[in-house]
Design a protein. Structure first.
Length: 619
């Protein structure tokens, strides 16, 4: 199969799967599941073929034309896109397999797997797109499919609210993204990525910070950066495989991928803003994660924090090396995006295995003692925790150190904040790990916990393997190709400094969690640091409080005012004209006829007074 055909099959196969499920398999959940999983397997195989062959694909065709303006859809598959194809294809396939077991008893399996196929189509469209217009089309489809999957348990009000929140918050970021795309077209006369990359150097002095920052708004929504981060923790209302696929490995990574796609449009002022937004998001989310009791909420805030790491890495920009200036921000961000997809998908799927084993209990303080009852989940989950906290020689160790080295080289304040964030990451992850798996069972559901079947445990084992090996050149270099050359690598004293700092923060955070938290079923932080704990809880809730106040007290009232003005002046006077005026007069006259003798007497007296005043010349 030639590369263009392979790319076309990769893109259209999940759309065909979703169509077949929607039209013919809505009541046949088992068959729908296998159709979706089989499609994911095809995508994975073709993506691996493109990756290992190192094949570039470039093709385009006009989709719409309006005079001299046209929109083309096409493929741009290079080293960056191949790496992302592997992440979406391989991790997505494992999550599909996991879903076979996790959703086995769900009455709406067909709708769920149809939604997964729609999402895969949307996400793959972003990855292979050759223009900003095409990215935006699939960007919006990703928002739709995310809403569909978060809202899977639509009979729960919390799930319905979470899906609407995700959809609306993402639309806010997407509005800025769309303005940035329009600005790009106005400035360059094209949104084709290859043409933009060729034209950008000639326009370097003309690009203001506003253009890349508007484009960054899209990443703020999809990758949940402050202040558009509020949707991600609530999105945990969706099934756990959805959390793993959308909110750990793929959709939230779309913003990082998009930034790396347009790095040639960045200017230093914009990169500085992006770096600080990512840094603040990283430390804020880590502080929020410390107080969480829901196992999926801990991982949700962890995802927010790690996404902040990636955004900060991108914003830190280029690095001067012995071989010249390299796009180290792109290299470090994509490196951590890839390793994070491995260990965070593992952690989310591991949490799903725990939730299933504990009969859908999600409170970590109602668990405990699962180490012996769920040995495969425990072992693989342990590797995931070790990878994310930067345990030496696991995948997260290499990618996190690359970001810390880049920060140390380019910005000391950001380096200090990200180092503190790494301490918090070790603390809350080891806290969760110890409370869930060690000690005695603290509820009936934990006492009767059990390991799940092969469809659950096999993806955990494979992802654990990638969480161990994914940071090595032999693995990542093969997947990333020339992208691997952009990773910032410390040498000499800088290497020693980063290594010492990395191990120190891991030991400090994990050691504090291990000794601070007893095996009893209480939150030691809440018990021993009540004021600080309540402060962190208030920090978590502050944004929702502010947004709820703004929507209820400001935006809704302003909308009501606009609606009133539209009904009276726009629809009533301007559009309907004299007929509208007569209608308003008739409404007023009709309001006078209330059917009450007392009211008519008052109107009679008022008319008499007005007539007398007119007759006497007062008026």
């Amino acid at each position: 199969m030639d590369p263009v055909t392979s790319a076309l099959v990769i893109l259209l196969a999940p759309l065909a799967s979703a169509t077949v499920i929607a039209l013919f398999l809505r009541r046949q959940g088992a068959l729908a599941a296998w159709v979706s999983v089989g499609t994911a397997a095809v995508i994975c195989a073709l993506a691996l073929q493109l990756v290992f062959n190192g094949t570039d694909v470039s093709a385009s065709a006009v989709w719409l034309s309006f005079g001299s303006f046209s929109i083309s859809l096409g493929f741009k598959i290079d080293a960056l896109a191949r790496l992302m194809l592997f992440v979406v294809g391989f991790v997505g396939f494992l999550i599909h397999v996991f879903s076979l077991g996790y959703m086995h008893d769900d009455g709406a399996r067909a709708r769920f797997f149809g939604g997964l196929s729609v999402f895969m189509f949307s996400m793959l469209g972003i990855v292979v797109a050759d223009s900003l217009f095409m990215i935006f089309i699939f960007w919006e489809l990703v928002g739709f499919s995310s809403w569909l999957l978060i809202n899977h348990y639509h009979e729960k009000q919390s799930a319905a609210d979470a899906s609407k929140k995700a959809f609306i918050v993402n639309r806010v970021g997407d509005f800025g993204f769309l303005l940035g795309i329009v600005w790009t077209y106005w400035m360059f006369g094209t949104t084709n990525l290859s043409e933009l990359a060729a034209a950008a150097p000639a326009h370097a002095g003309m690009i203001s910070a506003g253009l890349p920052l508007l484009l960054f708004c899209g990443a703020m929504g999809k990758s949940a950066q402050m202040p558009l981060h509020v949707w991600l923790p609530d999105a945990m209302e969706g099934p756990t495989p959805v959390s793993a696929l959308i909110h750990a490995a793929t959709m939230v990574a779309a913003g990082i991928y998009m930034l790396c796609r347009i790095d040639f449009l960045m200017v230093p002022e914009a990169l500085n803003v992006i770096a600080w937004i990512g840094t603040v998001t990283a430390v804020y989310a880590a502080l929020c994660a410390v107080t969480q009791r829901d196992i999926k909420k801990v991982l949700a805030y962890s995802t927010l924090s790690q996404l902040g790491y990636m955004v900060a890495a991108f914003g830190l920009g280029a690095l001067q090396t012995e071989n010249g200036l390299i796009a180290a921000g792109v290299g470090a961000a994509m490196f951590h995006l890839t390793t994070h997809a491995f260990f965070k998908a593992l952690l989310f799927l591991g949490s799903g295995s725990v939730i299933m084993g504990c009969h859908h209990e999600q409170d970590i303080f109602q668990m405990g003692g699962l180490k012996g009852k769920m040995p495969v989940t425990f072992l693989t989950f342990t590797f995931g925790v070790a990878a994310i906290i930067g345990f030496p020689f696991l995948a997260g160790f290499f990618s996190k150190d690359a970001i810390l080295y880049l920060a140390m080289s380019n910005s000391t304040p950001i380096f200090a904040i990200l180092t503190f964030t790494a301490i918090l990451t070790s603390f809350y992850m080891v806290r969760m790990w110890k409370i869930v798996f060690f000690g005695e069972a603290r509820s009936e559901s934990a006492r009767h916990a059990h390991e799940s079947g092969l469809s659950i445990t096999l993806p955990l084992v494979l992802l654990a393997g990638l969480s161990i090996t994914g940071g090595y050149q032999a693995v990542y270099g093969q997947l990333a190709g020339v992208m691997a050359d952009l990773i910032p690598v410390a040498h000499g004293s800088a290497h020693t400094t980063i290594l010492v700092v990395s191990i120190a923060v891991m030991l400090l955070g994990s050691g504090a969690a291990w000794f601070f938290y007893p095996s009893a079923g209480e939150d030691a932080l809440e018990a021993k640091a009540g004021g600080a704990f309540r402060g962190l809880t208030a920090l978590k809730e502050s944004f929702d409080t502010i947004y709820n106040y703004y929507v209820g007290k400001v935006q809704q009232r302003f909308a009501m005012l606009l609606n009133f003005l539209e009904q009276i002046f726009l629809a009533g006077l301007i559009i309907r004209g004299l007929a509208g005026l007569v209608g308003l007069v008739s409404l007023g006259a009709r309001a006078l006829h209330v059917g009450s003798l007392h009211a008519y007497v008052y109107w009679f007296l008022l008319g008499t007074v007005l007539l007398w005043a007119f007759a006497t010349g007062i008026f």
